[in-house]
Design a protein around this ligand. Sequence first.
Ligand code: SAM
Length: 260
Amino acid sequence: MTAPRIDILTIFPGWFDGPLTTSLLGRANEDARLDLRVHDLRDYTTDRHRSVDDAPYGGGAGMVMRADVLTAAAEAVWNDLPPEATAGRTDPPAGARFVAGGERPRTILLTPRGRRFDQAMARELAAEDRLVLLCGRYEGIDERVHDLVATDEVSIGDYVLFGGEVAAAVIIEAVTRLRPGIVGNDASPADESFADGLLEYPQYTRPADLRGHGVPEVLSSGDHGAVARWRHDQALALTRSRRPDLLGEPDPPCADGGSG
Ligand code: SAM
């Protein structure tokens, strides 16, 4: 089985040095169970200042990421071409299989206006052998990138970040840990929050007593059936109190009657 490949396009490639070289993700990348590649968008510019942004048509605050640079970067990465094959070109590289507006690998533009990322989407993306993540910066991204380069627009939540790098890291972690062979114990992703629509049950380890707070007796009973039942009941109760929406239930009314 070939390792799943994820390409990241960013103006801050160094940002990923930590997340991609540390812990389980770093090890998986190191021993080729994952193929993570980071590309500097500035390598696809042709001007002296290596500009990836310009002033918005129509005026207004902030700068906009340039569609020509992002298109050149995407077409090079999609087709495994060096930056000089696409940088500064107005037409797609000759004979390229993947082109903007045409056939292309799954290319996710990180943007607050995108589909909200969740565990179901992580599962969907974990089935892909190739993903390209496009990290925005500045005030906006030329709309033609949304139209011609991205196949998907994804948001990690209803707030605005400085850039798409954090969002890309969130997606990479959530997606890759669902791939077989990445998490040490393959069973654990199937037995945790959201896997079966519930939050995870409470966990305990030693010591058995912490300042008068003990451990539920059933967990030391050796009765595996009783432990499993307790965990399921706890997961259900926790989900009902914290996230009733996961059970299709309405939020409980505010304790103060919602008067503010
Ligand atoms: N002006 C934009 C807006 O109002 O939607 C926000 C731009 S933000 C400062 C710069 C970049 O950060 C975006 O292009 C996007 O790539 C990334 N970003 C910010 N918030 C995000 C979120 N919630 N999910 C995914 N990406 C986000």
